[in-house]
Design a protein around this ligand. Structure first.
Ligand SMILES: Cc1cc2nc3c(=O)[nH]c(=O)nc-3n(C[C@H](O)[C@H](O)[C@H](O)COP(=O)(O)OP(=O)(O)OC[C@H]3O[C@@H](n4cnc5c(N)ncnc54)[C@H](O)[C@@H]3O)c2cc1C
Length: 534
């Protein structure tokens, strides 16, 4: 693959030109909330690669953490988030999250979001590493679906343009080195489009699909992060990936998430001999995700691991209706039968490096939600903090954009790829096969437990794939190119960090070390990983 700021060659005369003021990429919680907030002052266009609903947000189950319960406060929420973050949280960002969370959640309740209640009062659940019951949920375990539904309904009431099935390939850069818009593939027309805007807001989500086992839906291929990286944006903390301890692990079934809240409500982990194996672990089922994931991973060397809901009785049907129905579809009745589970890639703590107003190192480029990293989650995200992150920092971005009000970029200022015209290289024939290899390498060598030997092997094998792969202009092929790019970035960061912390565990460096209490930063064209304190 070529190392260029554009993934494919393109020519100014071959693309359809489009203009807007604010270009929001992605239609999960972060993208839609940003679009809603900006729409009062700007013409806003949302580009999204599938239908508007498809996103990690739509699949979020457990809930949204917010300090609204009587015995809770932003100070407690702050403290729990900092503790989970394993020494790498950006203190200022966590303060903003905890303090502004209640206002943002009240706002989506006012928009129509219906969280579960008991006797007219909001019902809060407790999840791992939370010292209080502070997680609001909807329809038991369909919190994301409820939030996404409400945001989409609100978007439709406003004059916000939403373009579905438009796949963003790259960021357009102008002759000042600033971001001026995006190059996209419109899958409705099959044409390449160039969108110009005053500002581009990346809200394209994470990269779970890089891994063989993941809870993330198919759209989660890291495209926005890869495009930003190609354009010269700094990425931060890319080695920190959260593996959810309990996804359904059944042949022929998707790796469907079994929410953390299940353990919060009393479901127990047992091994294939029916034995409970979490006694020796502090906080047991409610230990941080990385701890529980490693305990399960170790137990899985001996055989299968199961989550046992039987002590919840028939309550499981009301409290976790989607999980119950999904398991039943694969022949498992949770009231009578423990469900086989295993860890799966779930959430990226790292992403495009931003400050607390969502600004990147590239002018006119902002990022929020899971694709962004301001350090709010540190090395390990506290359960149910990411939906809140999407709301709180989307709002912060819009305030900064409004204050700046940059001029609209001009078409003549756009710098097309230096290597055009070229004969397009012969595309690699089989994107699917390439993807399978990438996902296998990432799972086996760059997953829950890493070491130098495995990481070096991963680097070598990924580099061979990089040499042999050329994307064509089909979405799948472009996604694979993005996943290959980001796999190499993650391996480099994971190899460089010689310690264990949060979501990054090195069996050859099992301790957390003070000298590594800093954030990794990577940028295209810079061969080494830099470290910064924030
Ligand atoms: C199964 C599951 C359960 C979860 N449960 C919880 C929970 O209970 N609580 C919690 O806080 N968090 C939870 N999370 C995490 C949380 O859902 C996500 O971190 C959060 O929703 C991310 O929101 P986002 O808006 O940043 O990205 P997303 O919601 O993932 O949205 C990204 C958007 O970008 C679009 N996109 C991507 N690439 C392109 C491209 N190239 N061109 C155009 N569009 C593109 C996608 O189609 C999508 O619309 C869960 C995640 C999963 C997968």
């Amino acid at each position: 693959m070529r190392d260029s700021n554009y993934l494919i060659p393109w020519n100014k005369n071959d693309v359809e030109r489009k203009t807007t003021e604010m270009l929001v990429l992605g239609s999960g919680i972060a993208g839609l909330f940003t679009a809603i907030k900006l729409s009062a002052d700007f013409k806003v266009t949302v580009l999204t690669k599938s239908n508007i609903r498809e996103s990690n947000t739509e699949h979020a189950q457990g809930g949204i953490a917010v300090a609204l319960n009587e015995d809770d406060s932003p100070e407690f929420h702050f403290g729990d988030t900092i503790k989970a973050g394993a020494g790498l949280c950006n203190i200022e960002a966590v303060k903003i999250l905890a303090e502004n969370g209640p206002e943002c959640v009240r706002e989506i309740i006012a928009m129509g979001a219906q969280f579960d209640k008991l006797n007219d009062r909001l019902k809060f659940t407790r999840e791992a590493a939370h010292s209080k019951s502070r997680v609001l949920h909807a329809k038991g375990d369909a919190t994301g679906e409820e939030i996404e539904k409400v945001l989409v309904a609100d978007i439709k009431k406003r004059s916000i343009e939403v373009q579905e099935n438009v796949f963003v390939i790259d960021l357009l850069i102008n002759n000042q080195g600033a971001v001026a818009g995006v190059l996209a593939l419109n899958n409705n027309t099959g044409r390449l489009e160039a969108w110009l805007a005053k500002a581009v807001i990346l809200a394209t989500g994470g990269l779970g699909r890089l891994y063989k086992y993941t809870t993330n839906p198919e759209v989660t291929t890291g495209d926005g992060i890869a495009a930003a990286y190609r354009a010269g944006a700094e990425l931060m903390d890319m080695e920190f990936i959260q593996f959810h301890p309990t996804a359904l692990l059944l042949k022929g079934a998707p790796t469907f998430l079994i929410s953390e809240a299940a353990r919060g409500e009393g479901a127990k982990l047992i091994n294939s001999r029916g034995e409970y194996f979490m006694e020796s672990i502090p906080d047991q089922e409610l230990a941080p995700r990385d701890v529980v994931a490693r305990a399960i991973w170790n137990e899985m060397r001996e055989g299968q691991v199961f989550l046992d809901f039987r002590n919840l009785g028939t309550r499981v049907k009301e409290r976790f209706p989607s999980i119950y129905k999904n398991c039943l579809q694969y022949g498992i009745d949770l009231t009578t039968t423990p469900v086989p589970v295993g860890p799966a890639a779930h959430y990226l703590m790292g992403g495009v490096k931003v400050n607390i107003a969502g600004e990147t190192n590239l002018a006119n480029l902002y990022a929020c939600g899971e694709c962004a990293c301001n350090g709010v989650h540190g090395a390990n995200r506290l359960a149910s903090n990411s939906l809140l992150d999407g709301l709180v920092f989307a709002k912060a971005i819009t305030e900064r954009i409004r204050a700046k009000n940059s001029p609209l970029n001009k078409w003549e200022d756009i710098v097309p790829p230096a290597n055009y015209p070229v004969t397009a290289p012969k595309p690699s024939p089989d994107a699917e096969r390439m993807l399978e290899k990438i996902r296998e390498i990432m799972w086996s060598k760059v997953g829950i437990i890493r070491d130098a030997e495995g990481l070096k092997e991963a680097m070598d094998r990924l580099q061979v794939l990089w040499e042999e792969y050329e994307p064509d202009t089909k979405q799948k092929s472009l996604e694979v190119a993005n996943m290959l790019t980001l796999s190499l970035v993650i391996v480099q960061a994971a190899l460089s960090r010689q310690e264990s912390r949060g979501g990054h565990y090195r069996s050859d460096f099992p301790e957390t070390r003070n000298e590594w209490q800093k954030h990794s930063v990577q940028q295209r064209g810079v061969s080494h990983v830099r470290y910064v304190s924030i």
